[in-house]
Design a protein around this ligand. Sequence first.
Ligand code: HEC
Length: 277
Amino acid sequence: MTLQKQSLPRLCLGVWLLALSLGASASEEDRSALAQRNGCLACHAGMETKIGPSFREISGKYSGQEGGVELLAGRIVSGTGEHGSGWAKDGKATLASMPPNGNVSPENARKLAAWIIAAKGKVSGPQHFVSEKVRISGRVEQVFELSVAELRKFPPQQIGEIPVTCQSGANLGKIENLKGVLLRDILEEAKIVSRSHNDVKKIAIVASASDDYRVVFSWSEIFNSPLGDGIVVFYERNGLPLADDEGRIALISAKDTRTGPRHVKWLNGIEVRQIVD
Ligand code: HEC
């Protein structure tokens, strides 16, 4: 393979701006989330040439071709190999071949291939993932949903400046002037159910988003560590409501060494679970 390591984009959640979707049906949403989750959108867009060809170009080339779905599914998993499929030669990609996407199962690769061929590059923006409410559920006395207006009733927390770094260590700039609510305050309102004194030490809190991104916190991190003072559900950035690319509700663990992984855009759920007996 001729590609250079440093020419690869950093696959990190913080940089995906576009989501693809065909329309409203559940399975199509699943698929655009699948493309989002698997990092495809770091190199592909619906209509424009990026590092890889646009999904519309790919669809134009393979729709109607017998065995097209199987062929592309195989290449999605294994990459397009040393010689590539020629997109860059035609000026429709900037990298000569696609590296393997080893994290994608054969089944998901087939779904993605079928979807790309059928979608013909029709794109909608990230508004597809915007969450207006976050639901607090699981082992709590009170299950409830909070909108931004309801979040504003909690004691506000301001966060000054946090550098955003991916799991890989790549620097993604800064998050500035966030306003939100401590996750701890929300959980205190919901009241975690613990039957015995030791229960809380085995409790995990799962934060999830509308694109199926999920991260986990332990009870101890939130309630018994300095990290807890930086775990914030936020709804404002520089005095403005959160834009479609992360809003309207998001979460960050501002005191993590690398803040990218536990920056949850489009937050829509907080679930309390006891994970060991
Ligand atoms: C590191 C960048 C990168 C990532 C990540 C990436 N691709 Fe690609 N993709 C490319 C490039 C570059 C090409 C053109 C390759 C060529 O001409 O051989 C390509 C080509 C393709 C093709 C056409 C293959 C062909 O033989 O014509 C499909 C389909 C495709 N990508 C789907 C996906 C899917 C689905 C994902 C996510 C699981 C994905 N890609 C992730 C860069 C990427």
